[in-house]
Design a protein around this ligand. Structure first.
Ligand SMILES: [Zn+2]
Ligand SMILES: [Zn+2]
Length: 240
C-alpha cells in the first residue's frame, strides 16, 4: 500500500501522535508514542479476551460470556481503545486516515500470532459494512485490516463471506442490550460462501461488547463454519 519514498527523505514524515519526525521504516507513529499505547495483557477472559483487573491465575470467563450466548470461539484485541490509538482508529475509520494502515496492521498481526493458533486458521474475513455506508465512506476499514493481516499470515482473504442486509444504527451510544436488538438479523452469509468445516478468522477494528462479531460468528456457524476466531486492533470498555 503506502511505501516509504524518496520524498520522505526530503520531507520527513511527522508522527501522528506528537508531530515530531517519525524515523520508522513505515508507519506514522514514533517509538515514543507507541510506547504509550496500552496493550491488552493477561489476565483476561479466556473466551472474549476482555481484560480483568486484579490478579487471577486460573482460566476465567467473564460475566458477559457466561450470560450471553457466544458464537465465536475466541476473541482477542491488541490494544485498549484509548489515547493516541483511539485517535488513530477514528482517523482511519472516519477521516480516510489510510496512511495509518501499516501501524494498525502491525498491531493486529502481533496480536494474532501471539494469541491465536495461526496454523489452524483456514481463511480470513472481515465484518462487512452495509453497501450504502461503504459507498458513502468509500472503503471498509475492517476489510483493509483483514487484507493486510491475511497477507502477513499467508492465509486466503475471503471478503465476501458475509453481507450486511440491514442498515443499522451506529452502535457507539447504545448499551449492550440495545446493541443486540439493533443487530438482530443484520447479517447473512453470502450465497455460495464455502465455509463448511472451516476455521475462520474474523477481523474488525474495534470490539466493545462483542455483539457485532458475535452476530457475524453466529451467521458463519449457521452456514457451516466449524470455528470462528476474532481479532480486533482495539478493545473498548464494555457497557451494560
Ligand atoms: Zn510520536
Ligand atoms: Zn468474556
Amino acid at each position: 500500500m503506502l511505501k516509504l519514498s524518496a520524498l520522505d527523505l526530503v520531507y520527513p514524515r511527522s508522527c501522528f501522535g506528537c508531530g515530531l519526525t517519525c524515523n520508522q521504516d513505515e508507519g506514522f507513529l514514533c517509538w515514543e508514542c507507541l510506547a504509550e499505547v496500552i496493550f491488552v495483557k493477561p489476565p483476561f477472559c479466556s473466551l472474549c479476551g476482555d481484560p480483568i483487573s486484579g490478579k487471577i491465575d486460573h482460566a476465567y470467563v467473564c460475566y458477559f460470556c457466561t450470560s450471553l450466548p457466544r458464537f465465536f470461539d475466541k476473541a482477542r484485541s491488541s490494544i485498549l481503545y484509548d489515547g493516541i490509538l483511539r485517535k488513530a482508529l477514528q482517523a482511519f475509520k472516519y477521516q480516510a486516515g489510510l496512511w495509518l494502515y501499516h501501524d494498525l496492521v502491525s498491531l493486529i498481526y502481533a496480536c494474532t500470532t501471539a494469541q491465536l493458533n495461526v496454523d489452524r486458521i483456514d481463511m480470513v474475513t472481515c465484518v462487512p459494512l452495509h453497501a450504502r455506508r461503504r459507498r458513502k465512506r468509500g472503503y471498509n476499514q475492517s476489510y483493509l485490516l483483514a487484507k493486510g493481516l491475511s497477507s502477513k499470515i499467508d492465509k486466503p482473504l475471503k471478503k465476501n463471506l458475509l453481507k450486511r442486509i440491514r442498515s443499522t444504527k451506529s452502535q457507539t451510544d447504545l448499551t449492550a442490550r440495545e446493541r443486540i436488538t439493533n443487530l438482530e438479523a443484520a447479517f447473512k452469509a453470502k450465497k455460495g460462501a464455502c465455509v463448511k468445516d472451516q476455521h475462520i478468522l474474523l477481523v474488525d477494528d474495534i470490539m466493545t461488547t462483542g455483539v457485532t462479531v458475535n452476530e457475524c460468528a453466529r451467521t458463519l456457524k449457521e452456514a457451516g463454519a466449524s470455528e470462528v476466531s476474532v481479532v480486533t486492533v482495539a478493545r473498548g470498555s464494555q457497557r451494560f
